[in-house]
Design a protein around this ligand. Structure first.
Ligand code: DGL
Length: 301
């Protein structure tokens, strides 16, 4: 393939420099492919998306950022979440990522359009939203519960999504303020969580529910506890796999998949110790010594 337009190509062949240019371009592409994919969430929940990304693209390098100091996002104001989300993205951009995954439904609903406007020319930005499509297909006219943060369920993005599917199912919003905190504390079982979930689902125990959408990336980390409360009778659906698939098809289409031995690095805005234990447990991997604390305020716009 000519490395210049045809005239320049001929000229440069004459001068014998084209091969060198081609070689340089080749190296540049290798570097480009090995640039990490940036993934962020308000805290440890985004790990449920990261593990899908790693499973689907084991050769990619990843930088995960969890804004644990500012979690939860879902009960903050829209303005606050937009500001935090922009700082998260700015931090990852400063790490030279080749793509951005917003592993947070709340941040996606509050700010994906702002992030796309700001970064999409340079890097692809992929968000995440409650997986209604597979949920409404579990059977004909199912009853679907959508668990998410108050902000995700309140924002226009979700209302538009719900409208698309509401003739195929009864879709019920179930805001879950307080649930993210259990995950951030590492409290994935026990009496307090059981009590919380029982109260949350009490109105739906009698009305038969067919599917529960885990519309917050923290909730897949409570899969067992939620499944136990629903006595294993419903299908639990999360969106991490869909986001990972979308990222993989983008990189495949653009021929930008890495061929290296993939590595992940972790950054948090709060305690490294807490994240080390939880993140490691969710990834089923020892991540000790792979986490650093950063000062996210430096990236606020
Ligand atoms: N994990 C996030 C989500 O998917 C954010 C939860 C929160 O911080 O409230 O919505």
């Amino acid at each position: 393939m000519p490395c210049w337009n045809s005239n320049q190509y001929e000229e440069r062949i004459d001068r014998g420099v084209c091969k060198i240019e081609e070689k340089k371009a080749g190296n540049r592409n290798m570097d480009e492919m090995q640039r990490p994919i940036g993934v962020f969430d308000s805290g440890v929940g985004g790990i449920s998306v990261l593990r899908e990304l790693v499973a689907l693209m084991p050769n990619e390098n990843f930088i995960f950022y969890g804004d644990s100091k500012n979690a939860p996002y879902g009960t903050k104001t829209l303005e606050e979440v937009r500001k935090l989300t922009l700082a998260d993205a700015e931090y990852l951009r400063s790490r030279n990522v080749k793509a951005l995954v917003v592993a947070c439904n709340t941040a996606t609903s509050a700010a994906i359009h702002i992030l796309r406007e700001k970064y999409q020319k340079e890097i692809p930005v992929i968000g995440i939203e409650p997986a209604l499509k597979p949920a409404v297909s579990v059977k004909e006219n199912p009853r679907v519960l959508v668990m998410a943060t108050p902000m995700t369920l309140r924002e226009t993005k979700f209302h538009n999504l719900m409208q698309k599917f509401q003739d195929q199912a009864e879709i019920i919003s179930l805001p879950c303020p307080g649930l993210v905190e259990f995950v951030e504390r590492g409290e994935l079982s026990g009496e307090a969580l059981e009590h919380f979930l029982k109260n949350l689902f009490a109105p739906y125990q009698e009305r038969k529910v067919d599917a529960v959408v885990l519309g917050c990336t923290h909730y897949p980390l409570l899969y067992e506890a939620i499944s136990d409360i629903m006595e294993g009778k419903v299908t639990l659906i999360d969106s991490g796999f869909e986001a990972a698939k979308e990222m993989k098809s983008f990189l495949t289409r653009e021929d930008r998949l890495s061929e290296a031995d993939g590595k992940a690095r972790f950054y948090v805005s709060d305690s490294v110790d807490g994240f080390e234990q939880l993140g490691g447990r969710f990834l089923d991997k020892d991540i000790n010594g792979m986490i650093e604390k950063i000062d996210i305020e430096k990236y606020a716009l």
